[in-house]
Write a protein that binds this ligand. Structure first.
Ligand SMILES: *Cc1c(COP(=O)(O)O)cnc(C)c1O
Length: 458
């Protein structure tokens, strides 16, 4: 590769001169220079200085089968030689999206059988938003178009994704969201539960916020509720087990569609193929992307339930929506090979029965007691560590998120890539992690917490 003719310093200079990065303060980036990752193998990434870093984020919640998978490279190579691209518009199709759609219908809950492809989670949510509004219009209820979401939700970064999401700084920069989307409280017990309120009660109260929003708008005006089964970018917020079944009950009661954004939770992260199965609910749409190809190709799949699909096919009329790369043959070939790996290696069962419980226990027994840690929580292979100044009062450090950045920087320097969002450290390791990898990660987290403690109380 030509980058090898460049020194690290030169690459960083060219990067700063020409490359605008996502979710980045460009003034800061120019001052600090970027960290350049040059290769990866299994659970490890390597930067241009040769440092080996255990990747506790699976890239960005996506490289679930780990790096360096020969089978995925071969699948892409063969498909590119045979048919690199053809579109799925105008009554055309190619083999791999057809086979992938069938495969996904088999993995999804029983009443979810249709698939609309895109290239990113944001695109898939854009499709989902347009599809549910189109559905109600076909049903003769065009005014039933309001969508209820949650504060701090993340549904992507396009205009529709930002509008559906509940991230305030993103809304501020957007300068006008897609109309008729409202945001209610999130199911985040650590900060929002009342004194003496049980987890179960809190879950029901957080669900009630959705019912209140439906009643306030009038059920005849509400199209759908959308939520991440476990909020990811918002800080791995795991709802009480009472929350989702109650949400489902409320949606059915008022004839409001239930949209799940499983861009992070899909394909095994929670110990089931989909978190819908972990929480025992049947949604009308499931947005998926990221781990569908383990990040080896950009691809998203919006899984669509029978109710919407039946109306779409019976009423007819064109759905004016789609992308050049909807059903991209190469991306779909890689997804099929990726699903083969997940199945062959039993990764979903491993998360459910072995590594998931072990991860939870390791966080609880080795991390939770640290003086900087307010709470640890996990579900499958998704975890969070709350950083606080005072365990008992849950008081945070000043400078929103500054303390977590100190922990993160020590973790990276000690060979562990994780992420900080606000004052929460988040982990989303590849599903190939073993008990030994979890041990190693905990050792490095412990070291990072100790060093951060010294800095923060210096
Ligand atoms: C990452 C993410 C998205 C957006 O996916 P992109 O591929 O970045 O567009 C949407 N929803 C959730 C829950 C995500 O985590």
């Amino acid at each position: 590769m030509t980058y090898q003719n460049y020194s690290l310093k030169q690459l960083q200079q060219v990067d700063a001169a020409h490359h605008l990065h996502p979710f980045t303060d460009h003034k800061e980036l120019r001052e600090a220079g970027s960290r350049i990752i040059t290769r990866a193998e299994g659970p490890y990434i390597f930067d241009s200085e040769g440092n080996e870093i255990l990747d506790a984020m699976a890239g960005l919640w996506c490289v679930n089968v780990g790096y360096g998978r020969e089978e995925l490279a071969r699948a892409a190579y063969h498909q590119m030689k045979e048919l690199p691209y053809y579109n799925s518009f105008f009554k055309c199709s190619t083999p791999t999206p057809v086979l992938l759609a069938k495969r996904l219908a088999e993995l999804a809950p029983p009443s979810v059988n249709q698939v609309f492809f895109g290239s990113s989670g944001s695109e898939a949510n854009d499709t989902a938003l347009r599809l549910v509004r189109h559905f109600w219009a076909l049903e003769g209820k065009p005014q039933k178009n309001r969508i209820i979401s949650r504060k701090n939700a993340y549904h992507g970064s396009t205009v529709a994704g930002t509008s559906l999401g509940g991230m305030e700084p993103m809304h501020q920069q957007l300068g006008g969201a897609v109309p008729n989307i409202v945001h209610v409280m999130m199911p985040y017990a650590y900060e929002l539960a009342l004194p003496g309120e049980s987890d179960h009660e809190f879950g029901l109260r957080a669900a009630k916020a959705v019912e209140d929003a439906i009643l306030e708008a009038g059920p005849e005006n509400v199209a759908a509720f959308i939520g991440e089964p476990i909020m990811g970018a918002g800080g791995v917020k795991i709802p009480p087990m009472s929350y989702w079944p109650e949400i489902e009950r409320i949606c059915r009661k008022y004839d409001v569609l239930l949209m799940l954004d499983e861009v992070i939770t899909g394909y095994g992260r929670t110990g089931e193929w989909f978190a819908a199965q972990s929480f025992g609910i049947t949604p009308d749409t499931i947005t998926t992307a990221k781990a569908l190809t383990s990040g080896y190709q950009p691809l998203s799949a919006l899984l669509v339930g029978d109710r919407i699909a039946t109306t779409l096919t019976e009423k007819g009329g064109e759905f004016y929506h789609g992308y050049t790369y909807s059903g991209h043959p190469v991306a779909c070939a890689v997804a099929l090979a990726n699903l083969d790996i997940i199945e062959k290696e039993g990764l979903v069962e491993r998360v459910k029965n072995d590594t998931g419980p072990y991860f939870a226990q390791a966080l609880r027994e080795r991390i939770a007691d640290h003086p900087l840690v307010g709470e640890v929580r996990s579900f499958g292979l998704m975890g969070a560590i709350e950083i606080v100044r005072d365990k008992a009062t849950k008081e945070r450090f000043e400078g929103d998120g500054r303390a977590a950045v100190v922990v993160r920087d020590h973790a990276i320097a000690n060979g562990l890539m994780l992420r900080a969002t606000g004052d929460t450290m988040i982990l989303s390791p590849p599903l190939i992690w073993t008990r030994e990898t979890i041990d190693l990660a905990c050792e490095r987290i412990g070291k990072a917490l100790d060093l951060a403690h010294k800095d923060l109380f210096a």
